[in-house]
Design a protein around this ligand. Structure first.
Ligand SMILES: NC(=O)c1ccc[n+]([C@@H]2O[C@H](COP(=O)([O-])OP(=O)(O)OC[C@H]3O[C@@H](n4cnc5c(N)ncnc54)[C@H](OP(=O)(O)O)[C@@H]3O)[C@@H](O)[C@H]2O)c1
Length: 274
């Protein structure tokens, strides 16, 4: 059995490195020897995470950017290549939730979710891919969600953005099969992060136990180490995706019954649920 991958000498760029999964992944990569670059909007939070990365990897860097802005993404790609000397591993982790019933969605909201969860990681990928192909090596890790394969109810805009990045990634993996550039899609379930308390979202319906960020990151790193194309976090969520693929009609009927049972439960016990 081989141990964890040693990233000494590697340059790893993690988007959404100011909190949650991205912050913990960045520190974990630094702990394994990588020089890490992190990016997000909150400067103070990034600086705190950068301090923890630099304890392992002193040349690590941070950039403050709003990745919904296409020009900021292009600038980030240039800055990362210049200041890190290149990017060997790109982790497209930055993302926003959108828990909102389809009847309350408007196009501006749908487009804003697509901009950060789909268009931004694709733009960064296309900007950083050519040097990876030229070197004949590289790894792109795109963080999707189980909300994509499971079509999570009450989150249509979010689900679609995460399905888009997952499918883009799988097609890209085949296009790049012999280039030495490897692609991984991560499908987290429910991980205890700030994602569930951000404003402008319906309350989280609950019903699924959250795992810790530490548990999620351990599973993600194991998945990357194993070379898997699809990493479910926790792993058992892949069984739900397989069950849905076998019987979409039955799965959607089950989802509808589940949503109704949660609504009934929350009506009788309004204090329950996050
Ligand atoms: N937690 C879960 O249960 C779960 C489940 C499935 C998938 N995921 C996915 O996992 C990824 C990480 O989420 P998390 O759970 O760790 O939540 P989080 O703590 O809220 O992290 C989200 C990260 O994305 C960054 N971000 C958001 N909008 C941005 C923007 N416009 N420009 C730059 N950075 C931006 C945030 O930084 P700033 O606010 O500082 O910009 C933050 O660092 C997301 O893609 C999420 O969809 C999470």
């Amino acid at each position: 059995m081989t141990g964890p991958t040693d990233y000494t000498g590697s340059r790893v760029l993690v988007t959404g490195g100011s909190s949650g999964i991205g912050a913990a992944l960045a520190v974990a990569f630094a702990d394994r020897g990588a020089t890490v670059g992190i990016v997000a909007r909150r400067k103070d939070r990034l600086a705190e995470v950068l301090g923890r990365c630099r304890a392992h990897a002193p040349a690590s860097r941070m950039w403050v950017a709003d990745l919904a802005d296409p020009q900021a993404v292009e600038r980030l790609a240039g800055d990362a290549v210049e200041e890190l000397g290149g990017v060997d591993v790109l982790v497209n982790n930055a993302g926003i939730p959108k828990r909102r019933h389809v009847t309350a969605l408007d196009m501006a909201t749908v487009e804003s979710v697509m901009a950060i969860n789909y268009l931004s990681p694709v733009r960064l990928t296309l900007a950083l891919l050519p040097p990876m192909i030229e070197r004949g090596s590289g790894r792109i890790v795109n963080v999707s969600s189980v909300a994509a394969p499971l079509s999570s109810p009450g989150e249509a805009a979010y689900d679609a953005s995460k399905a888009a990045i997952a499918v883009f990634s799988e097609a890209m993996a085949v296009d790049l099969w012999d280039t030495g550039v490897k692609i991984t899609v991560v499908y987290p379930g429910v991980v205890d992060t700030e994602l569930f308390t951000l404003p402008d979202n319906d309350p989280f319906a609950g019903g699924v136990d959250a795992i810790t960020v530490g548990e999620a990151v351990a599973t993600i790193l194991e998945g990357i180490d194993s070379g898997s194309h699809a990493v479910y976090v926790p792993r058992y969520f892949s069984e739900f995706a397989e069950a849905k693929a076998r019987d979409v009609d039955g799965f959607l009927a089950g989802s509808a019954a589940y949503v109704q049972s949660l609504a009934t439960k929350n009506r009788s016990d309004p204090g329950d649920g996050a």
